[in-house]
Design a protein around this ligand. Structure first.
Ligand code: CP3
Length: 349
């Protein structure tokens, strides 16, 4: 390694460069499985916590004080920037919209985000975290992907199959496309602004894209994602991560998206995701969050299986295949993080 290179292990892995160990972080690592988070949340509601930079920074740093994570992720939510775009959102604890977007007129009335003016508190929280975080750890900024935000906006909250949202796509294809474009442009600008404020990497969460068939993905979502990633690439040098949850069947259609790391859920082995993507890119993942409920030996064996699966990849960032469950024992997280570091210290894989 070049001694003058100041980039973190996390960023090096994202770029496919040599690393001293496989970097680790846990999807949804700042949250309700941590007693210190639950304690703080008794004194402040979720929305206030996300909108108050000192509190958001403190929560972001909670898992960093407890574990040897290689990256922190900003405490915020994919729904946080929607209010200034004209869509109000409550959290109960998942997002609920008092007035879902159900007409073409409303879809077209959602306005583009101007991050510096609309969500200054997010950018300030990033500056606060970056000034306190140890320099070897990366800070990940994030946003919701256009289709995932579209799902919540139209459905009005979480759902088993988002049928209201998916039928709106067919009933009002033009208004849907306009809304997806607004969301795509807004989230691209949002990620660029977060990188400008000090995020070392940015990640786009597409929790629901896996519900689309290949044709509707190509028609409605791909062009919007392609433009969004091009905008992010033009606006920042930092590594860009995309998480198409349950998107295994779509990966071959995603090859030409201009970003650095695919985050993979646990339903697809990493080497198979790599083959579908055509190789050459770093992957993130993909331990099943349920493994954290097994006995320690089984957890560590499952982690070893992920590391073995990652052999031969251009780069690997170890993480869960989706968010950590709130009933998880934090002691298991500590075991997992330390194990991955020890196992890979001689060199990854
Ligand atoms: O460490 C972190 O990752 C914290 C930052 C973060 C949150 N949400 C905080 C949060 C991130 C990266 C997210 C992303 C997010 N939010 C996604 C994409 C990732 C995924 O899980 O698919 C989605 C779909 C959402 C929407 C959302 N917000 C849901 C479904 C929920 C309920 C979650 C739950 O645990 O019940 C939220 C609320 C939320 N966002 C909480 C946290 C810590 C719990 C709120 C509380 O404290 O009551």
């Amino acid at each position: 390694m070049n001694a003058s290179d100041t980039s973190t292990v996390f960023e090096r892995a994202a770029r496919g460069l040599p690393v001293p160990h496989t970097p680790v972080w846990i999807m949804r690592q700042a949250g309700r499985y941590l007693p210190e988070y639950r304690k703080l949340r008794r004194t402040v509601d979720f929305v206030t916590a996300t909108r108050t930079p000192e509190i958001a920074a403190r929560i972001t740093l909670q898992p960093m004080q407890r574990f040897e994570m290689d990256a922190s992720i900003l405490f915020s939510d994919i729904m946080t920037p929607l209010d200034p775009m004209g869509v109000s959102v409550d959290f109960k604890p998942g997002p609920v919209l008092p007035e879902p977007v159900r007409t073409p007129e409303r879809a077209r009335a959602v306005r583009e985000l101007v991050p510096e003016a609309d969500v200054p508190f997010v950018l300030e929280a990033i500056r606060a975290v970056r000034s306190e975080l140890r320099p070897e750890a990366a800070l990940i900024g994030f946003a919701g992907a256009p289709f995932t935000l579209f799902c919540y906006l139209v459905e009005g909250g979480g759902s088993k199959d988002f049928m209201t949202a998916r039928s709106f796509l067919r009933r009002e294809p033009e208004a849907s496309q306009a809304l997806l474009r607004t969301l795509g442009r807004s989230m691209a600008r949002y990620l660029v602004a977060q990188a400008g404020a000090g995020a070392d990497a940015v990640m786009l969460f597409d929790s629901w894209v896996g519900m689309l068939g290949p044709e509707s993905y190509r028609r409605f979502v791909h062009p919007v994602l392609k433009e969004a990633f091009a905008t992010v690439r033009a606006g920042t040098d930092c590594p860009v991560i995309y998480f198409p949850n349950r998107g295994g069947a779509l990966l071959s259609s995603m090859r030409d998206l201009d970003m650095d790391v695919f985050a993979v859920d646990w339903t697809l082995p990493l080497h198979r995701a790599d083959a579908r993507l055509g190789g050459g890119r770093a992957l993130q993942g993909n331990l099943d969050p349920a493994e954290l409920f097994g006995p320690p030996e089984a957890l560590l064996a499952a982690a070893d299986a992920v590391l073995a699966d990652a052999e031969g990849l251009a780069g690997h960032i170890f993480s869960l295949g989706h968010g950590i469950d709130r009933r998880t024992d934090p002691g298991q997280v500590a075991r997992l993080v330390d194990h991955v570091h020890e196992r890979t210290r001689a060199g990854p894989g």
